[in-house]
Design a protein around this ligand. Structure first.
Ligand SMILES: C[S@@+](CC[C@H](N)C(=O)[O-])C[C@H]1O[C@@H](n2cnc3c(N)ncnc32)[C@H](O)[C@@H]1O
Length: 316
C-alpha cells in the first residue's frame, strides 16, 4: 500500500518527463486537467503495467496525454467511447490517429471493458457518469486490474462520499499537498477552459459563484487490494484501557467531532443496500443482518460521541 507521501514522491519524480509530454498541447473541452493526469501517468509507470484502458474519450484530452506518455510499442492503449457520431469524436480522431498502439473503440464500456482485460492493467473511467461507481466495482472484481482511476470525484459528490466510506486504499488529486505541488501544470488548462462559454467563470475551488471544496473535478485512484472494500463491522477496537470519561455535556462539547459519526449512522443504510446490490449482487436483502449491523454502528458511534472517545476504523 502506497502512502500519500510516496504517491507525491512518485509523481514528483515523473513530473519532469510529464511536463515535456504536454508541452504545446492544447486543452480540449470536457478534458481531464494536467495535474490530474500526472497522477494517472506516474502511478501507471510505477505499477509497471503495459495495458491501459480508458472509458469515456470525448475529444481525447486524457487519451492524448496517455498516448504521449506511453508511446513505446510495448504498451497497449484501448479507449472506449459510447457516442459514435459527434463533432467531439472527429476532433479526437484527428488528434489521436498518429498513435499506432492506441485503439479507439466505440460502444458501451459496461459490455466492452471487461472483455479487454487480458493482462495486468490500469483503467481510467471518465464516462459513463451515471453508474461510474458500479463500473468501478465491476472492474475491480478482476485481480488483473491493478488500479481504477475515477474522474469527477470532487469532495462532497456522491461518488466521493461512497469511495471515502467504502474503500481504504485510495488517493485523490485534490489533496492539498498534491495540488500545491502540481497545480502549476494547469495554467494553460484554465486559460483554454475559460474559452468555452459554459466554463468561463470556473476557477480553482469555484464553479461560477459556487464555492467548491475541491480544487477541480478531481481524479481518484482506487488501488485493487483484496482488503480494499468495506469490511464487515466487527467489535469495536476501542482501546482496552479505560478511557477518561468526559462528562461535560455542553452542546459544543457534544457536537465537536460528532458530525462524521452521525453521518456514519444515517448513511449506513444507503451504503449497505447499494453495496449488497452492486458489489455483492444480492437480490434479496437480509434485513436481520442489516439491522444487527446498523444497531452495532449506532451503538459504537453514539458511545463515541457521548464518551468522546476516538473510534479507530470500526470496519477494520
Ligand atoms: C467527460 S467526457 C470524457 C473526456 C475525456 N476523458 C477527456 O479527458 O477528454 C465523457 C465521455 O464518456 C462517454 N460515455 C458515457 N457513457 C459511456 C459508456 N457507457 N461507455 C463509454 N463511454 C461513455 C460520453 O459519450 C462522453 O464522451
Amino acid at each position: 500500500m502506497l502512502s500519500k507521501k510516496e504517491i507525491i514522491k512518485i509523481c514528483s519524480d515523473y513530473s519532469h518527463f510529464f511536463k515535456q509530454s504536454i508541452k504545446n498541447m492544447k486543452y480540449e473541452a470536457k478534458g481531464i486537467f494536467n495535474s490530474e493526469m500526472l497522477l494517472l501517468v506516474a502511478l501507471t509507470k510505477h505499477l509497471n503495467v503495459n495495458l491501459i484502458i480508458e472509458s469515456g474519450r470525448s475529444r481525447g484530452q486524457s487519451t492524448k496525454i496517455i498516448a504521449e506518455n506511453f508511446k513505446d510499442q510495448k504498451y497497449k492503449i484501448f479507449s472506449i467511447e459510447f457516442t459514435k457520431y459527434s463533432s467531439d469524436i472527429r476532433i479526437a480522431f484527428e488528434r489521436l490517429k498518429k498513435y499506432k498502439n492506441l485503439v479507439q473503440i466505440f460502444g458501451d464500456s459496461f459490455k466492452i471493458l471487461p472483455k479487454l482485460i487480458s493482462e495486468e492493467c490500469v483503467v481510467l473511467i471518465d464516462g459513463p457518469k451515471t453508474g461510474a461507481l458500479n463500473l468501478t466495482f465491476q472492474t475491480l472484481q478482476n485481480p488483473l486490474v491493478k488500479a481504477v482511476f475515477l474522474h469527477d470525484t470532487y469532495k462532497r459528490s456522491l461518488n466521493r462520499n461512497r469511495i471515502d466510506f467504502m474503500f481504504l486504499n485510495t488517493f485523490s488529486s485534490d489533496d492539498t499537498k498534491y495540488i500545491d505541488k502540481f497545480r502549476n501544470l494547469d495554467k494553460y488548462c484554465w486559460i483554454d477552459l475559460r474559452r468555452y462559454k459554459n466554463y468561463k467563470d470556473w476557477g480553482p475551488y469555484r464553479r461560477g459563484n459556487r464555492k467548491m471544496a475541491s480544487y477541480f473535478s478531481t481524479l481518484t485512484v482506487l488501488f485493487n487490494t483484496t482488503e480494499g472494500f468495506m469490511k464487515e463491522p466487527q467489535k469495536s477496537k476501542l482501546s482496552p484501557k479505560k478511557p477518561k470519561k468526559v462528562l461535560k455535556f455542553s452542546i459544543k462539547n457534544l457536537l465537536s467531532g460528532s458530525l462524521s459519526k452521525l453521518k456514519r449512522i444515517y448513511l449506513f443504510p444507503i451504503f449497505y443496500f447499494s453495496y449488497e446490490k452492486t458489489y455483492n449482487r444480492i437480490k434479496k436483502i437480509d434485513y436481520k443482518d442489516f439491522f444487527i449491523k446498523w444497531l452495532n454502528i449506532i451503538r459504537i458511534n453514539l458511545k463515541a460521541i457521548f464518551l468522546k472517545r476516538v473510534i479507530k476504523d470500526e470496519y477494520s
